[in-house]
Every structure is written in C-alpha cells, then in structure tokens.
Design a protein around this ligand. Structure first.
Ligand code: SIN
Length: 276
C-alpha cells in the first residue's frame, strides 16, 4: 500500500498512513523523508515495534545521538526514557522548547514512540517555526537577520537548575551541563532552504551582545508570536503512536495534565548539522 499523507491541522504536521516502521522500503523511506522536510513533523499510528526495530528505523535517518542527561531504556543506550511515574509531579518537556539548541551542532530531531499513555491527557503540542518567521513584519525580519542568540543547558540540566530536585531521579550528568552555544536568530533550514525562527523559551538566554534584561522584551514578544494557536497542533497519543519532529523548524510542549497516572515514551534523537 502506498503511503498516504494526511493533513491533521492547519498548524503543523501531517499523519502518514500505511507505514510499518519495521518494514519501510527504500522507496517509502524517500516519501517519508520528503514529507519530513516539507512539514517538519510527521506522525504515525499503531506502530507495534521492538526497541531494536525503533533503533533500526532511526539509523536510516542518520547517526543516533545518545543523550547525556536522560535516563536510558535498559539495554538500549540509544533510546532515552521519557517517563513520568504515577507519584512524580514534574514532567519532562513541560514547556515550549526545541531540543538541543544548547549544542554547537543541534540534533536534527527525535522519533518519540508512546509505550504507555495515561487514560486522559498527556498530549503534546507542536508549533511551526517557519510560520513564526513568515508571520513577522519585514521590519522585524530585517532586525533579526544577522542577530545571534546564546543558548545553554545549565539552567535546565545543571546542578543549579530549578528542576534539579524534582528531576534528580530522571536527569543525570549535571556536571556535563556546561555547554553554551551561539546560533543565528533566523536560520535557513539545511534541507528545505526555508527560514525559521530559532530561539526558544527553554534554552535561549539572551541575544549575543545584549544583556538578558535587554533581550527579554523582544524574546517574550517572539515567544508569544511563535505560539499563536494557528501555528500549532495538539497530538493525542495512543500506545504505538509516533511523533517525529524536526528541531530546526518546530517547538514542542509535553502537557502535564495527568497527575497520578503513568506515561512512558521512548525517544531516539538523530544527529544534525551546523546551523546558518
Ligand atoms: C520531549 O520534550 O522530548 C518529550 C515530549 C513528550 O513527552 O511528549
């Protein structure tokens, strides 16, 4: 059966039907890659795959990034465990962000597979950073072109993080959270050639050459602009659902509205390339 590309929202992302991650032909992989570049976010449903099959699928997209802060699925270093136990209050990814912007060479994206979902809640929101850029005025685009921003992991994964206590059983290697990275505020996506806004509320500290205080009003404006409802999609998970997002042109936000229930996701992250 041929892959069907189904629009599920005017915001961002498409669902790909007739895909079995464990048996993707080379021709179908090309269709998936084109859809991924075009939309920056693809969803799959009903994927009954083993960790080995999840890894084998991911390896067809690039080298796997082994996350230094996340717990790993036992026996599978390549798979980060994104879990919230029934008695845990804080979730992972519960705010708008794009992963790995704190790295000099940020990861391309992640293939997130739902293993256990709460009866209600635990959806993930996504927002489109192409639309965020396109919706800016010419004057604002001109102002932001040529500007850089400083990103860091220290305040999230480091010893002094506000999350250090709540996440002490889930995040590790706080001493490795030393990276700062500088990226253009507007990037040109390496595959699509489209321009995207590349600052985010979780990891961006300030504009290069500006103080945090000076940067805050403009960053706040960009963040509320980037999350206009029209730019977003809300994805409801079932066991076996997959979201594969591109970090260079989307943000995501894991909703934490399922207290007292367990949610377990397996995340494999693919290495990216330098951003310009
Ligand atoms: C993440 O931010 O990587 C996790 C997203 C989710 O659990 O929905």
């Amino acid at each position: 059966m041929t892959i069907e590309i189904q629009s599920i929202s005017g915001g961002v992302g498409v669902e790909l039907a007739n895909v079995d991650m464990a048996n993707v032909s080379d021709a179908d992989l090309e269709v998936m890659k084109q859809a991924f570049v075009e939309h920056g976010l693809v969803f799959l449903r009903g994927q009954d795959v083993t960790p080995e099959q999840h890894i084998a699928f991911a390896e067809r997209w690039g080298e796997i990034n082994v996350n230094r802060f996340f717990p790993r699925v036992s026996g599978y270093d390549q798979i980060a465990s994104v879990v919230k136990e029934k008695d845990q209050v804080v979730n992972i990814g519960g705010g708008w962000h794009t992963d790995h912007s704190y790295d000099q060479i940020p990861a391309l994206g992640s293939i997130l597979l739902a293993r256990e979902t709460p009866p209600i809640g635990g959806d993930t929101l996504f927002s489109c950073m192409y639309k965020a850029y396109d919706g800016l005025s010419d004057g604002m685009k001109k102002t932001l072109e040529g500007m850089n921003a400083v990103h860091s992991s220290r305040h999230i994964f480091g010893d002094q993080s506000d999350y250090a206590e709540a996440m002490s059983d889930r995040f590790s290697n706080a001493a490795d959270a030393t990276q700062d990275a500088i990226h253009p505020v507007i990037i040109t996506h390496p595959q699509s050639g489209r321009k995207a806004l590349y600052v985010n509320p979780a990891f961006t500290l300030h504009f290069e050459g500006w103080t945090a205080e000076e940067s805050k009003p403009l960053l706040d404006y960009l963040y509320q602009h980037a999350t206009l409802m029209e730019n977003t999609t809300r994805f409801q998970w079932d066991v076996g659902s997959v979201a594969f997002w591109d970090n260079r042109c989307t943000w995501h936000y894991a909703l934490n509205d399922y207290q007292g229930e367990r949610r377990e996701m397996h995340r494999i992250t693919i290495e990216g390339g330098p951003l310009n």
